[in-house]
Design a protein around this ligand. Structure first.
Ligand code: NAD
Ligand code: NA
Length: 396
């Protein structure tokens, strides 16, 4: 069938299999073009189907010939309905990897559950023996706690007071003022339960108990900081509390891995258009101004450029891993550069519905958003009938 984007609010209900496949191919080509990395060999990626997790899987497979197991929660295609983009991405990734002689298998289900952890551990035991890198890249609005069975919902709210600032509807380009009511203590606890470090620690504990972590193994989870202007809703809001918890968890995990000479890091990444970030108020306006400036300065990166750099210039240089004063790896260095942030802050003051087309990169935002779903990708013939029924080889 001919597949077109069907939007509902911040989500797109359809995905294009050929567009998603082309996205994966483009990422593979990028990694190959940068040359070999003396990187990981057996990798578990939790949250491997989209965004930073997908890039982490691709950069490992094509940067250092790594065998990869990817865990994700995606929808298979069903009668008259396309699959979710992460399904098509993973199908394309496995197909490419297998053709290139690389081991790649996937586990589709709730990574927060005991069942999916057990299934993944059994697969590692059977096929890889041990892993030397574990990437934790989940982004989810909900988590059913495996012990209590309580369903926690994360929120994106300021703490301590109402936050009012500009935001943009990236579909229409309308810039308006938005006020977000402050979180309750319960909102904070729930957000920490979903996006904090507890589940990451549970994964690493389970892997270590079963002796599935190689000597010297590394684990990395992803965080974000961002500028002062988004602080109330991001870093000092509910999600920021969860990121504080995630960052603290890196230290407790690192302690537990000392006997196998293992390492645990949080990497602070750049703001990028993903399904998760487009739902956060204020952030899309910030990103559209940031993109404009970073593209003009020739320092714009997407997820694959970020992760290729994380491996090649931070984790696998052969030397010490460079970290900031809080022990975090920083690949948001270009976003956070003083000159870049000064320009964004100035444009932020000027941004209105009328000025945004000239001072911001909304077309870039929209096109990145659509490309998450496999639309508006070069080299894809959207007039051609697409077969929406695509299998993930290891799950078929
Ligand atoms: P994303 O939405 O693109 O990816 C989320 C992944 O998690 C997908 O593979 C999805 O299938 C998987 N997932 C979600 N719920 C799951 C579940 N219950 N069980 C199994 N898999 C599940 O998100 P992203 O933007 O790549 O975010 C990944 C991490 O990077 C997050 O910690 C996020 O905070 C962080 N980060 C994002 C940005 C950004 O701007 N997007 C910047 C810095 C850091
Ligand atoms: Na991800």
């Amino acid at each position: 069938m001919i597949i077109e984007p069907r939007m509902r609010g911040f989500i797109c209900l359809t995905a294009h299999p050929d567009g998603c496949a082309q996205n994966v191919k483009n990422q593979i080509e990028y990694v190959k073009s940068k040359g070999a990395i003396n990187g990981p060999k057996k990798v578990l990626v939790i949250g491997a189907s989209t965004g930073f997790g997908l890039a982490s899987r691709i950069a490992a497979a094509y940067g250092s010939d790594a065998a990869t197991i990817g865990v994700f929660f995606e929808k298979a295609p069903s009668a008259g309905k396309t699959a979710s983009p992460g399904w098509y991405n993973s199908a394309a990734f496995e197909k490419e990897a297998h053709a290139a002689g690389l081991y790649a298998k996937s586990v589709n289900g709730d990574a927060f559950s005991k069942e999916i952890k057990a299934e993944t551990l059994a697969l590692i035991k059977a096929d890889l023996g041990q892993v030397d890198l574990v990437i934790y890249s989940l982004a989810s609005p909900v988590r059913k706690h495996p012990d209590t069975e309580v369903l926690h919902r994360s929120t994106l709210k300021p703490i301590g007071g109402t936050y009012t600032n500009k935001t943009v509807d990236f579909h229409t380009g309308n810039v308006t003022e938005i006020s977000i009511e402050p979180a309750t203590e319960e909102d904070i606890a729930n957000t920490v339960a979903v996006m904090g470090g507890e589940d990451w620690a549970m994964w690493i504990d389970a892997l270590k108990t079963e002796n599935l972590l190689a000597n010297g193994a590394t684990t990395v989870a992803y965080s974000y900081i961002g500028p002062a202007l988004t602080e109330p809703v991001y870093r000092k809001g509910t999600i920021g509390r969860a990121k504080d918890d995630l960052e603290a968890t890196a230290f407790t995990i690192a302690d537990k891995l000392k006997d196998i000479d293992g390492k645990a890091y949080v990497s602070v990444n750049k703001a990028l258009v993903t399904q998760a970030s487009s739902a956060i108020p204020v952030i899309p306006l910030y990103i559209s101004l940031l993109y404009k400036i970073m593209k003009e300065d020739g320092i714009h990166e997407g997820t694959i450029e970020q992760i290729q750099r994380l491996y090649a210039e931070r984790l696998y240089t052969g030397g010490e891993v460079p970290v900031d004063e809080k022990g975090r790896i920083r690949i948001d260095d270009l976003e956070m550069r003083e000159d870049v942030q000064a320009k964004v802050a100035k444009l932020w003051e000027e941004a209105t519905t009328e000025t945004l087309p000239a001072i911001g990169d909304l077309p870039g935002y929209r096109s990145d958003f659509l490309s998450l779903f496999g639309f508006e990708i070069d080299k894809v013939d959207y007039q051609k009938d697409a077969n929406e029924v695509v299998e993930i080889e290891s799950l078929a």
